[in-house]
Design a protein around this ligand. Structure first.
Ligand code: ATP
Ligand code: MG
Length: 183
């Protein structure tokens, strides 16, 4: 389903880097510290991950390339994911969906779905119940198996509900309750 990742200015990827995924299995190999985990983090980040711990950073700004020998720091991190939607898995009338996230050193964020500006919330809504989003299990990081095994019953339920396609409704329920409180 993931066809391509384009990374620029994110962590160790100073220059624009494109990684294409062919059907079946893709492996990424390389020496320690060469940026393998950074690729997975770039994907998570573009999918809307906001927890800095999961991104192995302290502040949001830490995802921006900080410079290396002979390379200057950059002012913005940008990651685009190209998802195949020829089977209309996502309810949008396009064969491909491009999700873009940008973050500037100034602290400003930008999100795009197929080049149209949107909110982070729109990305969360697009991905809810697909396993890719906030409560997703499509990316299992190092040490995360334990985290799932030892999570609270509520958190375990959330994983099951994501698989069952219920989180979409839970999200709407929460929103409706919030609106009710506001009135
Ligand atoms: P291992 O095999 O040890 O797991 P890896 O290939 O997964 O290694 P990563 O953890 O993806 O490697 O990459 C780590 C590298 O990314 C380090 O060299 C680190 O300096 C670099 N890095 C992380 N954040 C930034 C940043 N904001 N700017 C520049 N470089 C960064
Ligand atoms: Mg690693």
């Amino acid at each position: 389903m993931l066809k391509k990742v384009v990374i620029q200015g994110f962590k160790s990827f100073a220059e624009k880097t494109e990684i294409t995924f062919e059907p079946s299995i893709t492996g990424i190999v390389g020496p320690n510290g060469s940026g393998k985990s950074n690729v997975a983090e770039a994907i998570r980040w573009a999918l809307g991950e906001t927890k800095t711990k999961i991104l192995r950073s302290e502040r949001q700004q830490d995802v921006i390339f900080t410079g290396s020998q002979g390379k200057k720091p950059v002012g913005m991190a940008e990651v685009t994911l190209i998802l195949d939607n020829s089977n209309k898995y996502f309810p949008l009338p396009y064969d491909e969906i491009a999700i873009t996230r940008r973050f500037f050193r100034s602290g400003e964020s930008e999100f795009y779905i197929n080049k149209s500006p949107c909110r982070l919330k729109d990305i969360h809504e697009l991905l809810v119940d697909t396993g890719l989003g906030k409560h997703g299990y499509a990316i299992i990081g190092q040490g995360q198996v334990d985290e799932i095994l030892f999570s609270s019953p509520e958190e375990k339920r959330s994983y099951l509900e994501e698989a069952a396609g219920i989180n979409r409704y839970r999200m709407r329920e929460l929103e409706a309750k919030k609106k009710l409180l506001e009135t």
